[in-house]
Design a protein. Sequence first.
Lengths: 127, 541
Amino acid sequence: MVAEPPPSPRTRVVLAEAAARRATDRARADLAEQTPVGEALVKGLVRAQLALALRLALVVAAGLGTLPLLFAAAPAVGSFPVFGVHLPWLLLGLFSFPFLVGVGAAYVRWAERNEQDFTALIRRPEQ
Amino acid sequence: MNPYLAPGLVVVVLLTVAIGAYGLRFARTTSDFLVASRSVSPSWNAAAISGEYLSAASFLGVAGLILCYGVDMLWYPVGFAAGYLALLLFVAAPLRRSGAFTLPDFCQVRLRSAPLRRLATAFVLFIGCLYLLPQLQGAGLTFSTVTGGSYVWGALLVGVVVTANVAFGGMRAITFVQAFQYWLKLTALAVPMIFLILQWQADGRPAATPRAGAVFPAATTVVIEQDAVLDGGRAVEAGETLHFAAGDPVPQVSTVDARFGPEWLLPGGELGLFATYSLILATFLGTMGLPHVLVRFYTNPDGASARRTTLVVLAMVGVFYLLPTLYGVLGRIYTPQLLMTGRTDAVVLLLPEAALGGGHLGRLLGALVTAGALAAFLSTSSGLLTSVAGVIFTDVLRSGRSGSIRDFRLATVLAAVVPTGLALYVSDMDVSQVVGLAFAVAASSFCPLLVLGIWWRGLTDAGAIAGLIAGGGAAIASVLVTVFGPPLTGAAAELVEQPAAWTVPLAFVVMVGGSLLTGRRVPADVGATMLRLHAPESLRT
């Protein structure tokens, strides 16, 4: 271990900063050296991101993936007219694309929030 | 011939070269290119990715399939777009953070296995060739449609031009060129569509499937390509010319597979449930395994911007895919003769002149659409050829000796020969169907590898190899049988022509099972790799 520089006794501010830096360094070292704490932190992040991705994939599977079954089980839906156009044409040809973009936008937002939480956890002065 | 055509095509090529030359001022070498691209905003980068992705299959093939088979074919554009959502959810940011430039690189980073790297290289080559094939097919078709020349010469011509371009560096994968191609393709479909819809309104909104059956909108001459029987029992011979007056009913030709009548409007007729789900799996999960898609992700500065770029790509691709559907539907009204010849992939090219007449407007818009098609072949095949040649260059040729520009040119020619030869052989397959097969192979090989590699610590090299061989091998076998084998019927045909519904789960199961059996081979540094893949860049020291 590298010897830490002696904290300057002159002002509280410097002390507080140094203490904060030491805590951050410890969390970063936990990450870099793969200590059990670091492993747990990374596992938590991976699990959160995977759960988010799977949840949104499930939304798409439910929203789009069930359509072929629906059309097969209820042929009336397949010929249901909306503004003179059969419903499947509207659902697949028009509305599926904004739906996909909406799911993607939600993912980007929440995935970035997960990462911010993770960063804040590592950087938090008192661990 | 259309007098606006030649100037239009020349303008596209000149603009491409000019923008490329302008871009070259900033980027002279590959590494320059990568560094320079980091100053490019996500929206430029996304336009470039979309420009490279929207291929002949998207530009011509989707509309042709919809014209021919109806609403079931909408799963192709939906899947092509949704592939980017799967890429965004499971792959984009971690892949960028891994620093891998190609799929074999990713295998090296994650599992540190040379045999796996070689196997992945083989898959990249196969998928690249299979994906190049329909681009050349589309080129041949466009050539024969707009000039009346032969399909073979068109496919050869574009194959040779693209190969020469890539080999001599005339068309480097520069962000600005690809981004320009996206906007060109979008304009080339969107502007004519405005006039087409106005024309359709002026014609009194004719129905796509009139109750009395399809009729010719104007006097039409059709040349029969194969001996066949028309409905009504009349036999026709190859080469025979048929004349129809405006208002005549469109006869069904026995050798051409197309859907007539109102069931064209209804789902479930052309594709069974199994085939539909197979197609959904292949397109949703296959995009992430295409060689030219992943290379582009390296140009993002970090994982978070890779995510944002992917989201913009999803939106751009989604906007584009609204248009082919309309071309397919209007083609039903204005170009019904394509249902007799089976050349439905040509609908986008023929529709403007067919609907708007042979006046200046129709010809100008026809030339615009053809210029867009040219942009589609140039951007996608150049991007594909560059990435396939790059893999041949680094992983096949350069084992033991240092690579040179000459080696890269040799690699480019090698990468181009096989698909060009194949394109001459399989001229009669639908462009989008061949693309669907390429997606099926990618979804059954690289999708499990990427998803498990990124999210599961337990993956081992032995498990990955077993999964690639089982799932990807099964998909490749299906492709080979579909392209070269005898025609199949019944359940066997569905299993082989749309294999993804069984090959993707097979690949996942074998990969997980193999990894669990060889648990001791999990790399010792898997924790560090996971940290690198998932932790935000700001935490790196």
